[in-house]
Write a protein that binds this ligand. Structure first.
Ligand code: HAM
Length: 428
């Protein structure tokens, strides 16, 4: 059933309002400033660890996702925005970032340079899910991928980068859950017993088909009867090969060294099929049903699956929308951090010219400056200054210009001081 087969809708009349499509997240002022702060906070730790930007298309060949993400997943089987383009190619709006990054790494030979290739990205992703608080059809992620090395220290560093991003926002009410999905040997051994176990369960046709594609998917099933039945299912962590176990022990050791606390969740399988080895999720305590604010893990087979050489990788995707909701729920977003430094109210044309000159100088020096345009009377302009939330305000009139001195008013306290225009930069 394609989401594009919409029921006939009567055409919109000219002049009638058009609304955003259902379930998309969009950010307009003043909240957009908080959104930007959250996104930047999540990106910065990756930049500091030497990750480089990769900008990719939001649409790709559908096969990239069916092969890369896996047909047993909800994301591929139910949630993709897939359509035929005008050249009759099957195109899909990216539901996640890892497959596209891997496609680009192979296409541009980034795996033939210094390894690991360390990349970050940020942007919109698309999943035709049932919209609810924190679950959107278009949402934002910040992600990183480190491709080409199997060192357990990278796993810990990737997790630490995500953690640093959440901390930079000011979040504290979240936990990190980790597990290992093992290597191919571990999963093969586990699969034998899991398939036997599942054969003893009563399942409908669709679930049986999903389990045949990937039996691990049943750990993800939200239906209570399946959850109950799966409570006794054999766990992958009990089947880890010697090398998988050793790798996971190392990851935990490095997390301990970094002082990052975690809880083990041996039932976590994640919603995408490419995961192997270390996998993790960040879960926020105040977000209710959509509490996953980020997740990721290793993917040993993805590159080969997509036609590249056999290199492993690890990365994460952090939900910017949900991290913002979490920050609001924790009350850590400080609206005052997104306001201008100075608001200038010019009275008269000469003052307006002067205001524009001062603004351009101070902006050049890194300050954020607003000017009251429109030749409004002082009272109205003051209201504008108030609304803007700017830290300081000055009024520029004839006497201020002739004395080259202004009254600098701190908006929060109402305190004023006399300041030479030349010294405004140090005063604010
Ligand atoms: P994911 O767990 O599917 O992983 O998504 C990562 C994060 O994106 C989630 O934890 C959640 O915060 C956010 N998210 C997912 N779906 C929605 C939605 N419908 N509305 C709002 N937020 C959402 C991945 O996408 C992997 N590519 C991550 C990764 C990178 N693994 C390895 N490298």
């Amino acid at each position: 059933q394609s989401i594009f087969n919409c029921p006939e809708r009567s055409p919109l009349m000219a002049g009638q309002k058009i609304q955003a499509p259902k379930g998309v997240s969009e950010y307009v002022p003043p909240r957009s400033a908080a959104f930007e702060f959250v996104r930047e906070s999540l990106i910065e730790p990756a930049r500091k660890a030497g990750y480089q930007l990769i900008e990719l298309p939001v649409f790709e060949d559908t096969e990239l996702f069916t092969r890369g993400v896996g047909e047993s997943t909800d994301v591929v089987s139910k949630e993709m925005y897939t359509f035929q383009d005008r050249g009759d190619r099957s195109i899909t709006l990216r539901p996640e970032g890892t497959a596209g990054v891997m496609r680009a790494v192979i296409e541009h030979g980034l795996d033939r340079g210094q390894l690991p290739a360390k990349l970050w990205y940020s942007g919109q992703f698309f999943r035709a899910e049932r919209p609810q608080a924190g679950r959107y059809r278009q949402f934002y992620q910040v992600g990183i991928e480190a491709i080409g090395l199997d060192d357990a220290a990278i796993d810990a560093e990737v997790i630490a980068i995500a953690d640093a991003g959440f901390k930079a926002i000011g979040l504290s009410k979240y936990r990190l859950e980790i597990t290992s999905l093992g290597d191919a040997d571990s999963r093969a051994a586990h699969r034998v017993d899991l398939v036997k176990f599942i054969a003893g369960m009563k399942l409908d046709e669709a679930t049986t088909a999903r389990a045949a594609l990937n039996p691990l998917r049943l750990f993800d099933d939200k239906r209570p009867e399946i959850k109950d039945a799966m409570a006794k299912a054999p766990l992958l962590v009990d089947y880890l090969s010697e090398s998988s176990r050793a790798h996971f022990e190392q990851v935990k050791k490095y997390l301990d060294v970094l002082g990052i606390s975690y809880v083990l969740n041996p039932r976590m399988v994640r919603g995408l099929d490419y995961y192997t080895g270390t996998t993790f999720e960040f879960v926020h305590e105040l977000l209710g049903a959509q509490s996953g604010i980020g997740g990721g893990g290793r993917y040993d087979g993805l590159m080969a699956e997509l036609g590249g050489q056999s290199l492993s990788g690890i990365g994460f995707g952090l939900g910017v929308d949900r991290a913002l909701l979490a920050a609001e729920a924790e009350g850590v977003i400080n609206e005052n951090s997104f306001v201008s430094d100075l608001f200038i109210i010019p009275l008269g044309d000469a003052a307006k010219e002067m205001a524009m000159k001062i603004a351009s100088q101070l902006r050049g020096a890194g300050k954020s400056i607003e000017i009251a345009f429109g030749d409004r009377a002082l009272k109205g302009a003051m209201k504008g200054a108030d609304k803007s939330g700017a830290r300081y305000v000055i009024v520029l009139g004839e006497s201020e210009i002739s004395s080259a001195t202004v009254e600098l008013k701190e908006m929060k306290t109402g305190a004023t001081s006399s300041v030479k225009i030349d010294s405004l930069i140090s005063a604010i």
